[in-house]
Design a protein around this ligand. Structure first.
Ligand code: NAD
Ligand code: GLY
Length: 371
């Protein structure tokens, strides 16, 4: 359906790896492990959750066994509220029971929550073992599975506990999107639109011209593969330049500073990650317009595209002091200043710590989405 498999290389000083994007490739996992030269007989711990394990894990595990490895499947409950240290303890317990060694592998078979947790467990088990990402949501295909950020949430904030730990391989099977609920598909589309705003105006225009962005059933099938490849290529380029987020990589957090506030203040229950990012993009977009960073036309183009993808853009009715406290607790605070990624035009953003608190308060007082 999506023709041949494409390969995107993430070139890093250490630990370079391939991202493979194809159709019906999920059950080639055994062969892919062989290609990584993992010794035969090696232990493999596969982490998944019920919605994914039910349709995909049986043949996946068989493929690993068929290549001469010893797999064990651990199924964790789904949901952002499960992205906790408690779940990491469950993975570490399974790693102990299955006697994972330094040469063993952990595989994430699922969305970004599973990927972030499996990666963090791999980063910390025996001070770091190998792991493979097999992302099954649009969001994890275009963003979470690539770049090596792993971790869990703390009760006071999102992703506050974590490590950089690059996967050995990312294996993307676009056919797994067939079982993904439409709302989750749209949540992934928020991160795709993010790439358009931060650095790819061609991608942005392509999305504007597309007849539909709200569901895999209605989107052009050629476009979906193109979207995934373009997004990963952008992310790979940024990560290659700044693996540990000392500078430019922060632009990938566009919309996330306010997005994390939305997720944290609603206990990760009301909005999906991509929906919160969409609200966050509209919020910083509005502030950027108020401060003359970008034009009303660009703000409207962004918000219209988010709406076209069926995403929310209205700022919720939070108490201002809670918002300010949550913003200041975010990882992106440096020397007490909040660092924002601010749009200049479609395809271009800047990083700034100079946004006055008054501008944020003024936005929170009026909090209108301009379109
Ligand atoms: P998710 O992992 O919670 O998955 C969403 C839901 O879809 C879950 O219920 C899951 O069981 C289900 N699901 C997954 N694949 C499916 C499939 N093919 N068919 C049917 N159901 C399926 O959510 P997500 O949107 O994939 O990821 C969000 C997480 O990713 C957040 O925690 C976010 O912080 C993280 N993230 C990390 C990075 C990074 O660089 N590490 C980047 C972006 C987002
Ligand atoms: N999603 C942000 C990053 O990977 O840096």
């Amino acid at each position: 359906m999506y023709q041949e498999t494409s390969s995107i290389k993430v070139n890093l000083v250490n630990n370079s790896y391939e991202v493979l994007v194809g159709s019906k490739v999920i059950n080639s996992i055994g062969k892919k492990i062989e290609k990584l030269k993992i010794p035969k007989g090696g232990k493999v711990l596969v982490i998944s959750n019920p919605d994914v394990a039910e349709p995909y894990s049986k043949s996946f595990i068989e493929s690993i066994k068929g290549s001469g490895y010893d797999p064990k499947l651990l199924i964790l409950e789904a949901g952002e509220d499960q992205k906790t240290q408690k779940s990491i303890a469950l993975i570490h317990n399974a790693a102990y029971e299955h006697q994972l060694e330094r040469s063993s592998l952990i595989i994430a078979l699922g969305g970004g929550v599973i990927g972030d947790m499996a990666g963090f467990a791999a980063a910390t088990w025996l001070r770091g073992i190998g792991f493979i990402q097999v992302p099954t949501t649009l969001l994890s295909m275009v963003d979470a599975s690539v770049g090596g950020k792993t971790g869990v949430n703390h009760s006071r904030g999102k992703n506050l506990i974590g490590a950089f730990h690059q996967p050995k391989l990312v294996l993307i099977d676009l056919d797994t999107l067939k079982t993904l609920p439409d709302r989750e598909f749209r949540s992934g589309m928020a991160e795709v639109i993010k790439y358009g705003v931060i650095s790819d105006s061609d991608l942005f225009t392509k999305l504007e011209k597309a007849s539909d962005l709200t569901s895999l059933k209605t989107i052009d099938k050629k476009l979906i593969k193109e979207i995934v490849i373009k997004s990963i290529t952008t992310k790979a380029k940024i990560v290659e330049e700044d693996e540990k987020e000392n500078g430019i990589r922060a632009i990938l957090n566009y919309g996330h500073t306010f997005g994390h506030v939305v997720e944290t203040l609603t206990g990760y229950k009301k909005w999906l990650h991509g929906e919160a990012v969409s609200i966050g993009m509209a919020a910083i977009g509005e502030i950027a317009f108020n401060l003359n960073f970008w034009s009303l036309e660009d703000l409207k183009r962004q918000n219209n595209l988010l709406k076209k993808a069926g995403l929310p853009i209205e700022w919720p009715d939070f108490q201002k002091n809670q918002v300010m406290r949550s913003l200041k607790g975010d990882k992106k605070v440096k020397d007490g200043n909040i660092r924002f990624v601010i749009p200049n035009e479609i395809g271009k953003v800047v990083i700034s710590s100079d946004i006055e608190e008054d501008s944020i308060i003024s936005f929170l007082n009026h909090k209108k989405a301009t379109v």
